[in-house]
Design a protein around this ligand. Structure first.
Ligand code: ACO
Length: 322
């Protein structure tokens, strides 16, 4: 049996920190409202000219260095993002060239906030099928570029960042199960109304912006994670008690707490970075994973449950023996 094992992780964040107090100066909000509703205290925002590709490149370089793998050894690069640098080529192609992994399979996956977990699921299947031996999987976003800074309902929620993992084909257990889902029937609850084919302005002359029915998204996320936990454990043939760490999408602390409760996990076994990073969409899960690996909380041999949801709706999970 061939597994995809995580050799190493990496991450990158923009330098600029924007606190809730900073946002109080822009929109009618308060630190107290943001903290109690979401758990967010601050977020990082990309500098002018700093792109998803730049953050991806830095995260990938760190993961490759820690894995002791040369870029030229990578035969697959999958990048989850909904904020690519260009419409084409894909950001995966852009960073492939910067890293020096030219020639390997490289493509982006757009599953909104589930982008990284989707990308991980795709790479896992390439490795299991024998089509890849060493893969680089990245989740990266500059989502604040789509934020309307006059809309308090959304602008307080998001941040920028990237995370990456290097996977290797191995006889030792690595990724044990992945579950990837989507239901386009929920499109209107969370979407960006403009694009190449429909045009870059909507009927109200609005440009790019995140449109969200927050309360409905919240309810759906809690319900979905509940079902996803059961499905993923069953797919891996595991019990709740065997999961060492929950690494959830970092959108809202209340959603994370509800999932932990479902798993009967105390919050000290849940990786939380939403306070510092806010919602970085595809960047969120790999950023949290890397933070926990670097701090020494996650140890080799432990079982990790990764899960995400986002616009689409999409929702996805991975159960990983680290
Ligand atoms: N500051 C102060 N007040 C605010 C703010 C703000 N930033 N935003 C909204 N409010 C007000 C509203 O206007 C409303 O006022 P009203 O009662 O006078 O009408 C009140 O606060 C309550 O608003 P709700 O939307 O009902 O607040 P809720 O408790 O649902 O929290 C939130 C809103 C935080 C957005 C929550 O619903 C949530 O986290 N939803 C999930 C969001 C999410 O995870 N999105 C994923 C996006 S991922 C992707 O794919 C891009």
């Amino acid at each position: 049996m061939t597994y995809a094992r995580i050799l190493a992780t990496g991450s990158a964040l923009p330098d600029r920190v924007v606190t809730n107090a900073d946002l109080e100066k822009i929109v009618d909000t308060s630190d107290e409202w943001i903290r109690t509703r979401t758990g967010i205290r601050e977020r990082r925002i990309a500098a002018d000219g700093e792109t998803t590709g730049d953050l991806s490149f830095r995260a990938a370089q760190q993961a490759l260095a820690d894995a002791g793998v040369k870029a030229s050894e990578i035969d697959l690069l999958v990048l989850g993002t909904t904020t690519p640098d260009l419409i084409f080529p894909s950001t995966a192609c852009l960073i492939q060239h910067r890293l020096g992994a030219n020639g390997c399979t490289a493509f982006d996956v757009n599953a909104a906030c589930s982008g990284f977990v989707y990308a991980l699921g795709v790479a896992n299947n390439f490795i299991r099928a024998g089509q890849s031996k060493k893969a680089l999987v990245v989740g990266a976003e500059t989502l604040t570029r789509m934020v309307d800074w006059s809309e308090r309902e959304t602008c307080v929620l998001f941040g920028d960042g990237a995370g990456a993992v290097v996977l290797e084909a191995s006889g030792e257990p690595g990724i044990l199960a992945t579950c990837l889902h989507a239901d386009g029937g929920y499109k209107d609850l969370l979407y960006n109304p403009v694009g190449v084919s429909v045009g870059f302005k909507d009927e109200k002359n609005h440009g790019v912006r995140i449109t969200m029915k927050g309360r409905e998204v919240f309810k759906f996320a809690v319900k979905t994670f509940d079902a996803l936990v059961g499905e993923t454990l069953a797919a891996a043939g595991m019990q709740e008690s065997e999961v060492d760490w929950l690494i959830p999408h970092q959108a809202n602390l209340r959603i994370i707490e509800a999932t932990a409760k479902r798993l009967k996990m105390s919050m000290d076994r849940v990786i939380v970075t939403v306070d510092k990073h806010a919602n970085t969409s595809s960047g969120s899960v790999p950023l949290a994973l890397d933070a926990a690996v670097r701090s020494g909380r996650i140890q080799r041999g432990q079982n990790l449950l990764l899960e995400a949801f986002g616009g689409g709706f999409t929702w996805a999970s991975a159960l990983v023996r680290y």
